[in-house]
Design a protein around this ligand. Sequence first.
Ligand SMILES: [Zn+2]
Length: 599
Amino acid sequence: MAETLKKRSEVPENLKWDTSLIYKTKEDMLKALHESTELSLEIEKKYKGKLTNGQIINECLAEYEKVLINIGYVSEYTSLNVSVDFTDAENKKLDSIVTSEYMEAISRLSFIESEIADAPEEVIKEALSTASIAKIYLEDILREKPHRLSAETEASFAALSETFNAPYDMYEQTKLADMQFPDFEVNGVKHPLGYSLFEDNYEYEKDTEVRRAAFKAFSAKLRDYMYTTAAEYGTLVRSEKIRSKLRNYDSVIDYLLFGQKVTREMYDRQIDLIMEKLAPHMRRYARLLKEANHLDKMTYADLKIALDPDYDPKVTIEQSKEYILDGLSIMGPEYKELLEKAYNERWIDFAQNVGKSTGGFCASPYRKGSFILLSWNERMSDVFTLAHELGHAGHFDACGKAQSYFDTNVSNYVVEAPSTINELLMAEYLKEKSGDDKRFRRWVLSSQISNTYYHNFVTHLLEAAYQREVYKLADKGEAVPAETLNEIFKGVLRKFWGDEVELTEGCELTWMRQPHYYMGLYSYSYSASLTISTQVMKRIRKEGAPAVEDWKKTLAAGSSVDPVGFAKMAGVDITSDAALLDTIEYIGSIISEIEALSK
Ligand SMILES: [Zn+2]
């Protein structure tokens, strides 16, 4: 464990992000918030009940956009400040006051969308024909019209929306508040245990006894909450099924894919092909892990360990800048400028301090740069995390500049492509730089597998395969009790890992660990994004400038294109198996090279 953490106030400025890029002061933020409230009242007065022709709709949307943009700034400003220090009661209080004011404004303006949606088709089309912003927004409303219910029912649904989200809230409470993990003991030594302690540390622990004991203790605690969690999840699945039926969808899966603009074929392809074709490669990788770490056997509890746990290249923040600028220089001078800006204007929060949110994210308030949260551990793997988050920053910088606020709402299917491509480009760059240093090269290759591909093509994909089975049962009207969920999850693991990995008791409870299930069909989309980014990376490495130009245009397109159109702009066809099969081959080739280097 690290030494005692600093308080936020003790962290040097240069390690913190600079939220004054959004508002100079708290007072400025509050002023903007009150102005938004005022504007929402004016809009209500001026337009409520009057959205009856195209011109008025477009006028109203232009005003509405202003409110949404400003509320976006206000909410980012306060929630970013909370995320770096949950112990700061003042910031938390401010955030909740602000949130309730802007939520009120948003619900006051909810009439806009419902009035447009309830307007006759000709009126929406008229608005579309003269729209200068929000074209896709209007098209989407038109597209959803056949699934829209009567105005009264929609209003009831809206009023009940909080209860539709209740399963997720309960899941979080069970997981983060109720579940308390006791210490566990190995050879007379006690070890503390917690949810993120397990997922961020013990799963990667190189001491096999400690790692396996941690898994056992963690699973035992999960099991105490198995029935509660299954009830929460089951309620969600039921409610989604009911809503999908009421909205006239044959299947709950179609209902959940509709908003992503993804066909059933595209969805099934990711799951079916990866389950079948990637599995043999990953089993080879599991064997490599077992040999490299001299394990007696490979178990489910061992899958996250490093191939070379004693090798951990160190990088300072200053050096990371060189790596990032050099490694991504293939993207051209404009992109480089943005990366420099991210460092120079302090878009990145590197600090480790008490109360800071774990993990990493990138928030991009419309046309105001980006805010990247991470915990810098001076590891080379942090450079990959940073490259990833800067990929999101680059994406929203490009589409923010080019599109209206409404058209920056990117589909899950592609949203991780701009981030993962940066990881891949960094890896290619580091491989090139490795020269005769075979250990370093092997480290880069194994990080590609253990981080980039494992996370997106294995962890989340297996979750997706499980989730699809659950929804198939829901479509048949069957219940999904805990025992069924365990059985499905274990079945997916057995199918993927075969005899290569011993399925440790507790592996069947993995379905309890993912919040993604409460966010629709999310899990599968990681692999979809990474399929696109792998193909574009290969194109960029091969063709250089023309491929980079295509990619930049794709980034700028925002949500003005659907996933198929997005990939097509970047020169990738995702309507057939080819791109995915080629990506799986690429993963296989990395594993083959690791095998060769391990000899
Ligand atoms: Zn990401």
